[in-house]
Design a protein around this ligand. Structure first.
Ligand code: DX5
Ligand code: ZN
Length: 216
C-alpha cells in the first residue's frame, strides 16, 4: 500500500491548524515537514518549535525532512519535539552513520535523503541501517518546482537493491509530484509519495488526494 505525505508548509502557514484538519479528513499517512536552514538550501522555514506545535495538534505521524547543514547538532531537539521519521541529507553531514545511529537510539525512524545529483550507489554502506531513503526529485529549497525525471531511474535502482538485500527500507520520493505524474513515481518503486503544491496548491485537498490514491 503506497502512502501519501503532504508537505504541510506548502499550505497557508497562517492557517496550519485548518490545513491539518483537511488533511486529517483526507486520511493522509504522514505530514511531511520541511525544515530549511538558509545554508544547506537557499531558503529558511522553521525550527523544532513548529514540529512540537504540530505534534500537539494531530496524531498523524510526522515525517520531518531536515535540509540543514550538519544536522547532528539538532537531532535530539527534533526527535524530542515529535518527529516520527527524521531524515537527514547525505550531503549535509560528514558522520552519516553516527547521525543515523543517534536517531535510532532516540527511538525515531532514521531516513537519509539524496539530492538529484547524488548517486544511489553512495548509500550502499548505510542502507542496512535505514528505515527510509528519500530520493529528491527536485533540488531542495522550494516547493512548486518541476519534477526531475531521472529520479525515477534512481528509485528503480534503489528498489532493486533493497529487494536483493531483503531489506524493509521504505523509499520516499519528494518534489514536483502531482496527480498527473504520481503513478510514475509510485510505479518506479516508491512507497511514500510527498506532495506539496500538488495537494495544498489545489482547491479541494480531499478530492486531489482521492484522485492520487486512485492512480497509485
Ligand atoms: C523541497 C521540499 C519538498 C517540497 C515539496 O525542498 O523538500 O518537500 O516542499 O513541494 P512540491 O511538491 O510543491 O515540489
Ligand atoms: Zn521535503
Amino acid at each position: 500500500m503506497k502512502k501519501i505525505a503532504p508537505s504541510i508548509l506548502s499550505g497557508d502557514i497562517l492557517n496550519l491548524s485548518e490545513e491539518i484538519k483537511l488533511l486529517e479528513e483526507a486520511g493522509v499517512d504522514f505530514l511531511h515537514i520541511d525544515i530549511m536552514d538558509g545554508i544547506f538550501v537557499p531558503n529558511i522555514t522553521a525550527g523544532w518549535n513548529l514540529v512540537e506545535a504540530i505534534k500537539a495538534r494531530t496524531d498523524i505521524p510526522l515525517d520531518v525532512h531536515l535540509m540543514i547543514d550538519r544536522p547532528e547538532r539538532y537531532i535530539e531537539q527534533f526527535v524530542k519535539s515529535g518527529a516520527d521519521i527524521l531524515t537527514v541529507h547525505f550531503e549535509g553531514t560528514t558522520h552519516l552513520h553516527r547521525v543515523v545511529e543517534r536517531i535510532r537510539e532516540l527511538e525515531a525512524s532514521p531516513g537519509v535523503a539524496i539530492n538529484p545529483g547524488t548517486p544511489v550507489d553512495f548509500l550502499s554502506e548505510i542502507l542496512d541501517y535505514l528505515d527510509l531513503v528519500l530520493v529528491m526529485s527536485v533540488d531542495p529549497g522550494f516547493s512548486g518546482q518541476e519534477f526531475i525525471y531521472s529520479a525515477l531511474f534512481k528509485i528503480e535502482k534503489l528498489h532493486g537493491i533493497i529487494q536483493k538485500r531483503e531489506l524493509e527500507t521504505q523509499i520516499e520520493v519528494d518534489g514536483g509530484i502531482k496527480v498527473i505524474n504520481i503513478a510514475e513515481a509510485a510505479n518506479s518503486g516508491a512507497d511514500i509519495i510527498v506532495s506539496g503544491s500538488g495537494i495544498l496548491g489545489t482547491k479541494n485537498y480531499i478530492e486531489t488526494i482521492n484522485e492520487m490514491r486512485e492512480r497509485i
